[in-house]
Design a protein around this ligand. Structure first.
Ligand code: PLP
Length: 427
């Protein structure tokens, strides 16, 4: 049945045989608000942020939360109020960022395909930095900024060609990936940027992938980036800040063992100091590691469907709510909200959703003692779940709640069919 508490993410626990987020029983939230329901712990988010803040204490730094991981306004607001800047990848994310009152100079705009309209929008509000990913993008940004009588603050994303040792779909720092500028072209790109009247070089950045569980790839990437800084500055272009992106992994399985953010940064700062760059401003763009383990998705068991080859547990959450298993065979722990006595038969289930795709599965081969009507919690669902959710099968996106101590706040209402069809027109 339930897992021992020690393997639950921090701030989730069984109290009196009932799963809680902080001081709130999850069964009650599901009864009041229905399922599927995302529940986040505010303390878990702030605790994850505090590890980075400890790691970077005493250094000039800016922690820009990567909005894409979970872009719900109350989540952004929580992080911004705690001092974060925001890392955005679209004009839409820029509007979300402004809606929660982040200071525009604490916004970093990442991504390989910014449109002219998005560049204009970001220049108008005065964001802190554009992380540029190609020579063509530099030229367009230069043109747009000059048209507006401005100089766009830029950093060039270096592709350090290191293997982040993660899933190929979330590995971004290899030569075969679409991201960044190859090491050998970096100096020439900076020379060019420095000569553009519409650009102002402020930094350098890299991001090697996501769900990284080892320190080694980060140290390798840092060495390559610092090599690049040395060559760029030798060519006469000053680099003010170094942005190491995001990517730190979280514990999904109970034994993933990623380094803690403060330990990772202790190692990285040591390397930075050893190479004589200890005075530089550090920027980072963590997403998953701030919110991933702070969220769970509650789902009700609809039907038990035992079979000859497989037993299926059909639940009311699906790939449109929790896309990571379907997209990259990701693993989420699934635990009962009110555990029953262990099932003597030890039945093993594939937990699947109602969507008409065989790819619609949430967990495979899980030993669970459940009856129909029981609630399950899909753990570590705070990052890249709600922000990737879709309306496939005309399923409304789930509601979201943020727990704070013994209080629970509805931060997003459940999406209705009327919400979904609002923009559609009959012939
Ligand atoms: N920065 C950039 C440029 C990214 O592409 C991403 C994620 O894809 C992030 C930051 C956040 O990564 P993570 O959620 O793994 O920390």
């Amino acid at each position: 049945t339930g897992l021992p508490d020690s393997t639950l993410p921090p701030f989730f626990s069984y109290q009196d045989q009932a799963l809680h987020a902080e001081g709130v029983p999850l069964q009650r939230l599901a009864e009041e608000h229905g399922t599927p329901l995302f529940v986040y712990s505010r303390a878990a988010i702030l605790d994850a942020l505090a590890a980075y803040q400890r790691g970077l204490a005493g250094r000039e730094h800016l922690i820009c939360y990567a909005v894409k991981a979970n872009s719900s306004l109350a989540i952004l607001q929580t992080l911004v109020q705690a001092g974060c800047g925001l890392d955005i990848v679209s004009g839409g994310e820029l509007e979300r960022a402004l809606a929660v009152g982040v200071s525009p100079d604490k916004i970093i705009f990442s991504g390989v395909g910014k449109t002219r309209a998005e560049m204009r929008q970001a220049l108008q509000v005065g964001i802190g930095c554009f992380n540029v990913e190609s020579r063509a993008e530099l030229d367009v940004l230069d043109e747009v900024a000059r048209e507006m009588g401005q100089r766009a603050p830029v950093s060039v994303r270096v592709n350090p060609n290191v293997d982040a040792k993660t899933h190929p779909y979330i590995s971004t720092g290899l030569k075969g990936n679409k991201f960044g500028i190859a090491q050998e072209d970096v100096v020439e790109t900076y020379r060019h940027a420095a000569a553009c009247a519409g650009l102002r070089v402020v930094g350098i950045d890299c991001h090697i992938g996501s769900q990284i569980t080892q320190t080694g790839p980060y140290l390798d990437a840092m060495d390559r980036v610092l090599d690049a800084v040395e060559s760029i500055e030798a060519a006469g272009v000053k680099i003010e800040h170094i942005d190491f992106g995001g990517g730190l992994g979280i514990d999904y399985q109970g034994n993933d063992n990623p380094p803690a953010a403060d330990a990772l940064w202790q190692a990285l700062l040591q390397r930075l100091d050893a190479r004589g760059f200890g005075d530089r401003k550090i920027c980072i763009e963590p997403g998953r590691s701030l919110v991933g383990n702070a969220g769970a998705c509650l789902t009700e068991v609809l039907f038990l469907k035992p079979g000859e080859q497989k037993n299926f547990l059909i639940v009311d959450a699906a790939m449109n709510d929790l896309p990571r298993p379907a997209m990259y065979q990701a693993f989420h722990r699934i635990v009962p909200v009110q555990p029953r006595a262990a099932d003597a038969s030890g039945t093993v289930w594939d937990v699947v959703g109602p969507v008409c795709e065989s790819g619609d599965w949430i967990g495979r081969d899980r030993a669970l003692a459940v009856h129909s009507g029981d609630l399950l919690a899909v753990l570590s669902a705070g990052a890249y779940c709600m922000s990737m959710a879709s309306n496939y099968n005309t399923r409304g996106r789930a509601a979201e709640m943020l727990v704070d101590g013994t209080q629970a706040h509805l931060i997003r209402a459940r999406e209705s069919v009327a919400d979904q069809t609002r923009l559609e027109r009959l012939l």
